[in-house]
Design a protein around this ligand. Structure first.
Ligand code: FAD
Ligand code: PYC
Length: 420
């Protein structure tokens, strides 16, 4: 067992504490930056780190770097509300997100790191007959896709979450809903750190505080990156920079059908266990779950205008809290602790773009918008596959950029009527 893979017993933990933590080994190396790598992945979020890990683990690449402008997991990976699920409408999406969920189910063991996956179920509530009709269609499609979803009537939904407002005068009455029981939450930081440690142990260099400022080109080919720490040459490049995908694409000389928005979330003061599932209100865009610390984690919809500002606006918060308190009035006296936002990259059809870019030798993994945490393992897996083989994986093929010219969109927003 290597030092960073070592488990600490209870006694060792006490000893470390009393010794001022002097004996802790960093979970990943802080290597010297090399001037040349076989593969360079830009973006040290969960997806970029997972790509680094799978490039080394699955494809056997030895000289790989993940370049992060800030600290790893400091982007959307560390800002999301940690929901994982695979309840998608289109077969292409369901296959891909369920592959991710299955990787998640084995990840703590694979990486020997507790990612705190809690498959407590994700419950979507219908507030009107119309919502319910759409949910019936979605559930039928999801079942055909092989996803474990169940349609619930109003009584069953209330049985799942007795705190729901069941008053006949409720502004958002409960008409029914559906649940994916294999869905739930996972600890976002742990996912990033687990992949970082796994990648680092396999020799991947994780370079933090290093911003990519441009792509080095030889004719049409991308052959490296210009960074704040100098140029780095690369056999192949990948980008996994979420809200900044448009910026990195422009540096390479092309535009993406992506718009960046702020998406925000907030947490309350901690409570004793009160909510044992994830509740999503499709029509209002509000959703809530309880963290292991006891805080209620509330999420909102997108801010309505494009922005790179990593903060959300007040009216969206107000709408979401108002909707949530109508649906779960027991939370009315809660104090909110903090609020934050991340910049997300949203495609026209709310599906990601994965595959080759218009610049030769540069591969993309972007456009995950408001829903890419659940896809972290598959985003990394597919980016690594595309970079290492130069070919699409069968799961990434439908998500190629070419769909925006062929018209073969995977329109999850319209298809599933999902909140996110
Ligand atoms: P990131 O974690 O953002 O990583 C990209 C990295 O690239 C960043 O660390 C950034 O610093 C770096 N970077 C950018 N530009 C450069 C550059 N020039 N040079 C070097 N590095 C650069 N998804 C779900 O599935 N479930 C949820 O519950 C959920 N909730 C969300 C709630 C909120 C409030 C937000 C904001 C998002 C939510 N998401 C959710 C979406 C999810 O967080 C993202 O889709 C996902 O984390 C994207 O991961 P990533 O690794 O691609 O991006
Ligand atoms: O994709 O499940 C999701 C999600 C929830 C909140 C933001 N995204």
């Amino acid at each position: 067992m290597t030092g960073s893979m070592m488990h600490y017993s209870g006694w060792q933990l006490v000893k470390q504490g009393l010794a001022g933590n002097n004996g802790w080994k960093p979970a990943w190396r802080t290597p010297d930056l090399q001037r040349s790598y076989d593969a360079v992945v830009v973006g040290g979020g969960g997806h970029g780190l997972a790509a680094g890990y799978y490039l080394a683990k699955v494809h056997g690449l030895k000289r790989v770097a993940v370049i992060e402008r800030g600290w790893i997991g400091g982007g959307n990976t560390g800002r999301n509300t940690t929901i994982v699920r695979s309840n998608y409408f289109f077969p292409e999406s369901a296959a891909m997100y369920d592959f991710a969920l299955r990787l998640y189910e084995g990840l703590s063991r694979e990486l020997n790191y507790n990612i705190m996956l809690s498959q407590r179920g994700v419950l979507n509530i219908a507030h009107t007959e119309h919502d319910m009709e759409l949910m019936c269609r979605s559930v039928n499609a999801m079942l055909l896709n092989g996803i474990d979803v169940e349609l619930l009537d109003a009584k069953q939904v209330i049985g799942e979450v007795p705190l729901l407002n069941t008053s006949p005068d409720a502004r958002y009455p409960i008409h029914g809903g559906f649940v994916q029981r294999r869905g739930g939450v996972a600890r976002h930081d742990a996912v990033a750190w687990a992949y970082a440690r796994g990648a680092s142990d396999l020799g991947v260099d994780i370079i933090q505080n290093c911003e990519v400022k441009g792509w080095i080109k030889d004719g049409e080919h991308v052959v490296g990156v210009e960074t704040t720490l100098g140029p780095i040459s690369a056999g192949v490049c990948g980008m996994s920079v979420a809200g900044h995908s448009g910026v990195l694409a422009e540096m390479a000389g092309f535009r993406l059908p992506i718009t960046s928005y702020a998406l925000q979330a907030m947490v309350s003061e901690p409570l004793k266990p009160i909510l044992d599932t994830v509740v999503m209100s499709t029509a209002t865009g509000a959703y809530v779950s309880q963290s292991d610390k006891g805080e209620l984690v509330f999420g909102a919809g997108l801010d309505m205008y494009p922005s790179y500002a990593q903060r959300g606006n007040l009216p969206v918060q107000q709408n979401i809290i108002a909707a949530m308190l109508e649906i779960l009035p027991a939370f009315r006296r809660l104090k909110m602790l903090r609020q934050w936002a991340g910049v997300v990259d949203v495609c026209w059809d709310y599906s990601p773009i994965i595959g080759p870019s218009p610049a030769a030798n540069l591969y993309m993994n972007c456009g995950w918008g408001t829903g890419g945490f659940k896809a972290t393992p598959v985003g990394g897996w597919l980016l690594a596959h595309n970079m290492a083989t130069g070919k699409h994986h069968e799961l990434s093929e439908p998500f190629d950029l070419a769909r925006f010219t062929s018209g073969r969109l995977v329109d999850e927003a319209a298809g599933a009527g999902i909140a996110h």
